[in-house]
Design a binder for this molecule. Sequence first.
Ligand code: SF4
Length: 318
Amino acid sequence: MNDLSSVPESAKDPERPARQRKPDWIRVRAPVSQGYNETRKLMRELNLNTVCEEAACPNIGECWSKKHATVMILGDVCTRACAFCNVKTGMPRAVDPMEPENTAVAAAKMGLEHIVITSVDRDDLPDGGAGQFVKVIEALRRNTPDTTIEILTPDFRGKMRAAVEAICEAGPDVYNHNLETVPRLYPTIRPGARYYASLRLLEEVKSHNPMIFTKSGIMLGLGEQRLEVHQVMDDMRSADVDFITMGQYLQPTPKHAKVEEFVTPKAFAAYGSIARAKGFLQVASSPLTRSSYHAGDDFAQMRAAREEKLRKKDRLAV
Ligand code: SF4
């Protein structure tokens, strides 16, 4: 048997493209802590999927050691095939009726003050999966009433209004829907989605309940231009989005979209300053920023920022 362990991937199979080399500033902690193992065991026991694992998130070592995991409901098979995403594509299985209660048990066992729930796209379901989001929110409110709830939903293509209405009625604290990239790159990066439909979803949340915080994010390094990123920020602000996240796109496997650029930490900081100047209540912008990275701390800061803003308004009105 040949020992190929020291041979670069691309040299083992000339048909197979090489993994792209990451710069020094993308350093992540290896997932080896006791907290990591306990989180993994709990998720398996409760038959829950996480986006942390399915999306091969680089922060899993850090987040799971602190017992922060983002539960991915509605199964582990997605009906879309976005060029940036590592989640499996295909025909999903039936929805697990125990998922809402199991999610609440996980939140209780991990002692979560703030939980993030996301899902795969379920274009096969009549409600796009909105009903399961509602059940999860209700189960969390019943079992862990002090846990604040952040949801990160798909675009519910073709059924957005009813889905958003039902979810807003259930009352999450934060509603996140990611724009993912600039509109010019949608046909290649997010071909099953429409940029303006996603923006409308974010507007719709605010029109149902202005007290729900809205959040959205984009990945950088996919070939977007600086002014296009600024335009996305303006579009989000026009939709009254409270919180923007910006992080480096990383290619999960050589079959996925290539990284066109590793954006420097300095450039991320500059984007962050511009976003703050544009009026977002909360901004997270760094190479390792992900939608749910440090979500609890960011939520607390965002809530404090809104309270301060309202206090200022009251003072001016007197
Ligand atoms: S950043 Fe989010 S998706 Fe990544 S490991 Fe942390 S909680 Fe999971």
